[in-house]
Design a protein around this ligand. Structure first.
Ligand SMILES: C[S@@+](CC[C@H](N)C(=O)[O-])C[C@H]1O[C@@H](n2cnc3c(N)ncnc32)[C@H](O)[C@@H]1O
Length: 454
């Protein structure tokens, strides 16, 4: 008997980074998360969602807290075959029987329930609206095409009617106009997971994965970790906590090991590393930044009940940071850092300015990497952000040649294994197999780069 389980991960906006993080986390053994380690079987994936099969149940709640790039974790309840031309509604019209609904989605709930319906697309062609074809004489009518954006409502009404038949009273929550899925904030605010369910329909061309949401990202907590901290530094910029988590997860460090952020600013990576169970050392050349880090980490430590002695932050030039490491008697297992990105711009800089910035940063990182060699063990990773100047929608002027690192004994590592990247054609990797994190109106984006010490 095959008793494997299927889970789906709703990916964040920068889905290439979400996939890189998932691959790194899911392939590492971790019994507390239900992970045996080794290659993960991916059943389907798109820009929106990635479906896997596992032998054992996952601890979705813990995984959700660990993953910065995953918006929701779903459990696949069943797979229903679909003809290419059929609508989702048509394909599922015999699936949502009252008994199935009660058993799979509303088992524990009595009283007035609330449920939501979301649709996620596994095949982009489903978003193109095919025209219904007139059936020929004597031919059975084909499935109902309709507009894909009307599917959540039609599915929702179908489910609501089935539930009402059983005497269950319920309220239906639907995605906003022209959207197919509910935002995690809507799922949380409407208490869908407590008072009923979010039913997610993952639509491929020839099949539908019927799933239920197990967990959603705690958007309020991410907001607190970002905006409620006593100190902020709008001038230098701060890395969003979710991206910090992704970068730490890419480091391959094991829980309890020590990670260094030698350009720590006001300590975002330090705090996120602590939350993920690492010991953290942060340093920065700027005294005010370190003061901010101290204040933030004191606040953070109290709020998130971090045991004392798990971190230290100090003023240091990254090019001399080995003194600090020696003094702290720590063994550093990896470096995760948002090195300085150079000046922040409100207007696109002139080409010669960009050339100068890259030259200055090459000098700084050459010195810093030389310094890191003094204490980093072989195979340790450096995960860092490099500036990438946005030139078009997916076009960036990236940091030229990373020869400085190669000359100092660091290999550039593909952010996603080439075999996996080859299968997931939708990923947006740069020509050197790194990934870019950017925001709509930013001129300087972050290129996330992984190095490994030889
Ligand atoms: C983009 S900020 C890092 C922000 C940080 N990730 C956060 O979220 O708070 C870059 C930091 O690099 C620091 N920096 C610049 N040159 C440095 C050097 N030579 N050694 C150490 N820190 C340096 C700056 O003071 C600044 O705080």
């Amino acid at each position: 008997m095959n008793d494997s389980m299927r889970y789906a991960f709703v990916l964040g906006r920068v889905y290439t980074l979400s996939v890189a993080e998932l691959a790194a986390v899911l392939e590492r053994p971790d019994t507390s998360l239900g992970l045996a380690g080794g290659p993960v079987k991916i059943l389907e994936a798109s820009e929106e969602i990635l479906i896997i099969e596992t032998e054992k149940p996952l601890n979705a709640e813990r995984l959700q807290k660990k993953l910065g790039g995953v918006i929701k974790i779903l459990e696949v309840v069943d797979v229903v075959k679909k003809r290419e031309q059929d609508s989702l509604n048509f394909s599922l019209k015999h699936f949502f029987k009252p008994s199935v609904l009660k058993k799979q989605f509303f088992k524990d709930y009595k009283g007035k329930s609330q449920f939501g319906v979301s649709v996620y697309i596994l095949d982009g062609d489903l978003l193109k609206r095919p025209q219904p074809q007139q059936p020929r004489q004597g031919q059975k009518p084909m499935g109902d095409f309709g507009n894909i954006f009307s599917e959540p409502k039609r599915l929702g009404m179908m489910i609501k009617n089935a539930l009402t038949e059983t005497g269950l009273s319920c309220r239906l929550v639907l995605p906003e106009f022209n959207s197919l899925s509910l935002a995690s904030v809507v799922v949380t605010k409407n208490l869908l997971l407590q008072k009923g369910a979010e039913i997610c329909i993952l639509a491929a061309k020839d099949k539908v994965f019927v799933s239920k949401t197990l967990t959603v990202q705690d958007f309020e907590d991410y907001g607190r970790r970002d905006y409620q901290r006593p100190a902020r530094d709008e001038k230098q910029g701060m890395i969003p906590p979710k991206v910090a988590q992704i970068m730490i997860n890419l480091s391959g460090c094991k829980s309890g090991e020590t990670i260094l952020d030698p350009f720590c600013g006001i300590g975002t990576l330090v705090q996120e590393g602590l939350l993920l169970g690492f010991r953290m050392i942060g340093s920065d050349i700027n005294k005010i930044a370190i003061k901010g880090s101290e204040q933030n980490l004191e606040w953070f430590r109290n709020r998130y009940k971090i045991a004392p002695g798990k971190y230290g932050v100090e003023v240091s030039d990254a090019c001399k940071v080995s003194d600090l490491i020696e003094k702290s008697k720590s063994e550093i297992s990896g470096i995760v850092t948002e090195g300085t990105l150079g000046p922040i711009y409100s207007q696109y800089p002139r080409p010669e300015e960009i050339v100068k910035n890259f030259k200055d940063l090459t000098a700084l990182y050459t010195k810093s990497f030389k310094e890191f060699s003094k204490f980093l063990p072989k195979q340790a990773k450096i995960i860092m952000c490099l500036p990438a100047y946005k030139q078009g929608r997916y076009d960036y002027q990236m940091f030229p040649g990373l020869d400085f690192a190669a000359e100092l004994g660091y290999n550039l590592v593909d952010i996603i294994f080439p075999t996996l990247a080859k299968n997931l054609k939708f990923l947006k990797l740069t020509s050197r197999n790194t990934a870019i994190y950017d925001r709509k109106d930013q001129i300087v984006a972050r290129e996330i780069v992984v190095f490994e010490k030889n």
